[in-house]
Design a protein around this ligand. Structure first.
Ligand SMILES: Cc1cc2nc3c(=O)[nH]c(=O)nc-3n(C[C@H](O)[C@H](O)[C@H](O)COP(=O)(O)OP(=O)(O)OC[C@H]3O[C@@H](n4cnc5c(N)ncnc54)[C@H](O)[C@@H]3O)c2cc1C
Length: 590
């Protein structure tokens, strides 16, 4: 019997990890990606990847990594997969090292590790501040080897539009659009893995790359896939605002000794040297044990408090300093090369000499497609891995746990999808492919014919503004409701969009307008899911419900698309807490 063909959508770390495992196990892969795989968003990852190898002799262990991750996620993460990830992590680092990832090493030649947020241990392996790029290129090389052997066929510049699901509800392949010719085609397979990243673009400006729209997740959500914990998104404390997007200043800056502060005296301090005694190192004062390395949700809220409640900031602007200027230049260049250049290029100041001005920004998607412990969604044969699934991080992701969860998740999803595919009978007829292609072509034609007055890019900007205002750091039900009403209004106005460019050759604005509809549909899992979770847990902070409420909300939020104007239907699932019992989450006491 011929080896099964598996479709993997997404060429970031999760997708490539899955491809490698499938090819190694003898399967064949069709790999789809909007961008060339080496340009996938994973390439932007900066600070590092977590594994408790305890090379610094601090008494770290995989159990401690597991505990930090569960505690950091405010107990909302299902524990079986997180435990598996933490146990596998040290061997994954060794594997990456053998693949040739140029990890930083100590003067003795052993792998170097640094501290990241939410832990007291040096647990983060890193390659300067370009870790994602080094990892992605290493996995890409392995995939190319399998490509040369004929086991992998790449479709770069193709956009996944939908899953092909047969009359029995089984996944039978995908439909995809060639982004040059705009041709829509069906591709058959008995298993599909989505590894399509996060949904940052729903918030307009974010630290994500612009292809992180969540359009693929939304497409399968609208086809019946369950979407879990949609309301849980992460705002990173240290980004630099830009006209076009936000740019991350990695947690590694604080891991290498960076200090966050504001002048104690509000107002315009331009041109003044602020003496040490007049600097308010609020994270160090409020959280003496973890200091600048409290988890992201805690640091972000502290910055908000300092700026908006205490009226401090920089020269009257909503910003705080992230200061590296006390660290020697050689260390900075060796350990943070990459982000220093980004700051200098986009702001114009040299962060080796002057403190950086930063502010929180939308960064990561904790929610995602619901998957079981085999990484399969509720649609048989449809799997998910990486930032697009909801496992591993609960209500707040620990820095440097994502790259590990992507690789580990891909390593699980790949073989599981292959096993699944091997056990399936061939589809009857075309498995529904022709009908699905017709449905997608009809969507394209209807969009091209629209003659309304609305500009899709303007709708997107309005979406981003309202989501950023009401669904990020501090959430009120009134604001979330306003945001949801706005999304409904935008969905209505979307019916009247008109495209400036209707050509059918490499038409990026057409592709974007298609994705926008999916972004709008998915946004409602964030707004409505947020309204329903009346508690504060991790990154989901409601001043009107300031405490975590385990009795009512130690549950996964699950959203199901209905197509009705009221939005998705919600139900809740128990969280797997079999190893570590929930306890109060405090970082301000020992
Ligand atoms: C600036 C920045 C720095 C970060 N630094 C770190 C760090 O130091 N450590 C850490 O652990 N995490 C870090 N993260 C998070 C981490 O980088 C991401 O969570 C992770 O890389 C996501 O990988 P992925 O494989 O899930 O998706 P991605 O790398 O986003 O890849 C998604 C893939 O899906 C494809 N795709 C998407 N939609 C479609 C579609 N419809 N059709 C076809 N293809 C599609 C894309 O082309 C791409 O190939 C950082 C994030 C940012 C934004």
């Amino acid at each position: 019997m011929a080896a099964p063909r598996i479709i993997v959508v997404g060429g970031g770390l999760a997708g490539l990890a899955a491809v490698i495992k499938i090819a190694e196990a003898g399967g064949n892969v069709d790999l789809f990606s909007i961008v060339p795989v080496k340009r996938s968003h994973s390439v932007c990852a900066q600070g590092g990847i977590n594994a408790a190898k305890n090379l610094k002799g601090e008494g770290d262990s995989t159990w401690q990594h597991f505990d930090d991750s569960i505690f950091g996620g405010d107990f909302l993460a299902n524990q079986t997969l997180v435990k598996g990830m933490c146990e596998a992590a040290p061997a994954i680092i060794d594997l990456l090292d053998r693949m040739g990832v140029p990890f930083n090493r100590t003067p003795e030649g052993v792998l170097d590790f640094r501290r990241f947020g939410g832990t007291l241990y040096n647990r983060t392996a890193f390659a300067g501040a370009t870790t994602g790029q080094q990892l992605l290129y290493a996995l890409d090389e392995q995939v190319r080897r399998h490509e040369a052997e004929g086991k992998v066929k790449k479709y770069e510049g193709w956009e996944f539009l939908s899953a092909v699901i047969d009359g029995n509800g089984l996944t039978r392949g995908i439909t995809a659009m060639d982004l040059r010719t705009m041709e829509v085609k069906a591709f058959p397979s008995n298993a599909v893995i989505l590894a399509t990243g996060g949904v940052g673009a729903i918030f307009g400006k974010s630290t994500n790359s612009v292809v992180c729209t969540g359009s693929a997740q939304s497409a399968v959500f609208q086809q019946g896939a369950c979407y879990a914990n949609g309301e849980l998104i992460q705002v990173h404390p240290t980004a630099i605002p830009g006209e076009d997007k936000l740019r991350l200043m990695s947690e590694s800056a604080r891991g290498e000794g960076g200090r966050v502060w504001v002048p104690r005296k509000p107002g315009d301090n331009r041109g003044k040297q602020i003496p040490e005694s007049e600097r308010f190192y609020f994270l160090e004062e409020w959280y003496p044990k973890y200091g600048n390395l409290v988890p992201r949700d805690i640091a972000t809220r502290a910055i908000h408090k300092v700026v908006y409640e205490m009226g401090l900031g920089i020269d009257g602007q909503p910003m705080v300093y992230l200061d590296l200027s006390h660290i020697d230049h050689a260390t900075l260049d060796r350990k943070l090369g990459g982000i220093l250049e980004i700051y200098e290029k986009f702001v114009g100041d040299d962060p080796r000499k002057v403190p950086m001005k930063i502010f929180p920004g939308m960064h990561y998607t904790m929610g995602g497609l619901w998957i079981d412990n085999d990484h399969m969604t509720n649609i048989p044969g449809l799997f998910a891995a990486g930032e697009c699934d909801y496992q591993y991080h609960g209500a707040n992701r620990l820095g440097a746990n994502s790259l590990m969860s992507c690789i580990y998740g891909g390593f699980l999803a790949g073989p599981n999808a292959l096993r699944w595919a091997k056990n399936q009978k061939a589809a009857e007829g075309d498995g529904g492919a022709a009908a699905e292609v017709s449905r997608q072509i009809a969507i394209n034609e209807s969009l091209l014919k629209k003659e309304g007055k609305e500009n899709p890019f303007k709708l997107w900007r309005e979406l981003g503004d309202v989501m950023t205002e009401h669904a990020t750091v501090v959430r009120y039900n009134k604001g979330l409701k306003q945001a949801d009403e706005k999304v409904v209004e935008l969905l209505e106005r979307y019916r009247c969009v008109s495209l400036a460019d209707r050509s059918q050759w490499a038409n990026t604005s057409f592709a974007f307008a298609r994705q926008l509809k999916n972004m709008l549909e998915l946004a409602r899992t964030i707004t409505l899911g947020g309204i329903l979770r009346d508690e504060s847990r991790g990154a989901h902070y409601k001043p009107d419900f300031p405490e975590r409420n385990d009795e009512k909300f130690l549950k996964t939020t699950r959203a199901w698309f209905t197509g009705a104007p009221e939005g998705p239907r919600f139900d809740w699932e128990e969280v797997d807490t079999q190893y570590i019992k929930p306890r109060p989450r405090r970082y301000d006491t020992a």
